[in-house]
Design a binder for this molecule. Structure first.
Ligand SMILES: *Cc1c(COP(=O)(O)O)cnc(C)c1O
Length: 394
């Protein structure tokens, strides 16, 4: 008989009852160092005192009132995001897919408003991931996500990630935008080069199309800057963010330059829950921590330590790992053996990691990890690798 919950997830036989900073605790009281962070969501770890205090205080005041009314907490979070980024205006929603969906609609509406309704196609990259709605699986165009769900919304043209010739050739008079993840997360933690990102900006300008970054995974400090595009010294025209933005509370947002955002006229788009007072209070609390003096610099410094330590582990276990890639605290161990085998062994040893495409072990710790947690994670990975080498040599 079918389980009460639909069977779309292949879940591990593990349930947590509590979170404490960078650790999760299961029903038997076993502690796990959480380098999964709910897949890059719990950026400030579990039960961060400032987030707990904010959520509890707001829960006693007002949860939800609808976007029929003024929501000062929403204005405040939008203004802070505008101050800290390329953007002039923000739309709030509840998930990554919705944040991308808003951007996809906005791109079409912008072109339509500017007398070019024929410009509706969007160039995306192979290996990309943009969510699980019909439009976002069409954008991602991965067979494992689209199988059985056709017909899909039309208008996406895929090119190889990192290949500028293919990209240029794919742009036609019908192209509205280029949509790219600065680091492909689900696809296997594949970072674009900074030169590639800069060229995307140049090409978008040359052909008069919009540059749209999906930073649902790379945003909110994950790469050591508030957003990954900052590393390239360029700005997109619009950007989607979610995962880390609510620190575990569902919050998504689409950020855009004024000329683009102006197309989201009253009534053109909306969300019942998006930007409600409870979500916005938590989002503001996340930014309180993230934008505090020195926080992002510390993330960058710790990420560099983590990188150096992992590089040594990778080199010393060539039969288990063939490389390390990623950016900031979005890293991946490229595996010689099946990634899920390594992840299962890490979990048995008290370290949570998560798989991603291209047979990698993805490491996405909370941004608040300290050096001692890096030591702990690296020593678990080192030990498990040695054990796996031993097993595979018998
Ligand atoms: C996770 C992710 C999404 C989808 O987010 P959901 O909250 O699961 O809808 C979209 N884009 C990227 C880059 C992601 O990593």
């Amino acid at each position: 008989m079918i389980s009460a919950v639909m069977p779309n997830y292949a879940r591990k036989d593990l349930a947590f009852v509590r979170g404490e900073g960078v650790y999760l605790v299961d029903g038997q009281g076993r502690r796990y160092l959480d380098f999964c962070a709910g897949i890059a969501v719990t950026a400030l770890g579990h039960c961060h005192p400032h987030l707990v205090e904010t959520l509890q205080a707001q829960a006693g005041k007002l949860w939800h009132c609808s976007n029929l009314y003024q929501i000062p907490e929403q204005d405040r979070l939008a203004e802070r995001l505008v101050d800290a980024t390329f953007a002039d205006s923000v739309f709030f929603c509840n998930s990554g897919a919705e944040a991308v969906e808003c951007g996809l609609k906005l791109v079409r509406k912008y072109q339509d408003d500017h007398g070019a309704p024929e410009r509706y196609r969007i160039v995306t990259c192979a290996g990309g991931f943009h969510g699980r709605t019909l439009a976002t699986i069409a954008a991602g165009a991965q067979a494992k996500h689209t199988a059985g769900f056709t017909p899909l919304p039309e208008g996406f043209d895929q090119v190889a990630f990192g290949n500028l010739n293919e990209l240029r050739a794919a742009i036609t008079p019908e192209t509205a935008a280029i949509l790219v993840e600065p680091v492909q997360g689900e696809g296997g933690v594949r970072p674009a080069t900074l030169d590639y990102l800069r060229e995307l900006r140049r090409i978008a300008d040359e052909f008069g199309v919009l540059l749209y970054f999906d930073e649902v995974q790379t945003g909110v400090g994950r790469t050591g800057k508030l957003f990954a595009y900052e590393w390239a010294g360029i700005e997109p025209d619009l950007l989607s963010v979610a995962k880390g933005l609510g620190g575990g509370f569902p919050v998504g947002a689409c950020l855009a330059k004024e000329h683009v955002a102006a197309s989201l006229t009253p009534g053109s788009h909306g969300s019942t829950f998006g930007g409600n007072p409870l979500a916005m209070a938590v989002g503001n609390a996340v930014l309180d921590v993230l934008l505090a003096d020195g926080f992002l610099d510390a993330v960058d410094a710790k990420a560099r330590i983590l990188w150096r330590r992992l590089e040594k582990v990778v080199v010393s276990h060539p039969r288990i790992f063939k490389g390390l890639r990623g950016a900031g605290m979005l890293l991946a161990l490229e595996c010689e053996v099946e990634n899920t085998r390594i992840i299962d062994r890490l979990e048995e040893s008290g370290l949570l990691a998560v798989a991603a495409g291209d047979n990698v072990v993805r490491l996405v710790p909370p941004l608040i990890i300290e050096e001692q947690h890096i030591d702990e994670a690296v020593s678990v990975i080192d030990r498990v690798s040695a054990e796996l080498e031993h097993v595979s040599s018998i």
